[in-house]
Write a protein that binds this ligand. Structure first.
Ligand SMILES: [Zn+2]
Length: 56
């Protein structure tokens, strides 16, 4: 692994968080917690899997 690549990863340039739209409230948000199995809308708290549309 090159030094440049290491730096890029350190600052997150190579990583684009997956983006989703909540169909319940229309809020678009990035999901940036890969350690969590599931997530919910930060706007309305909706956690219905079917209500999220992937934008990425
Ligand atoms: Zn929502």
């Amino acid at each position: 692994m090159s030094v440049l690549q290491t730096v890029k990863e350190a600052v997150g340039l190579d990583n684009h968080d997956p983006a989703f739209r909540c169909e319940e409230c229309g809020n678009e948000f990035e999901y940036s917690d890969p350690d969590s199995y599931w997530f919910s809308c930060p706007e309305c708290g909706n956690d219905d899997e079917d209500a999220f549309t992937s934008l990425s």
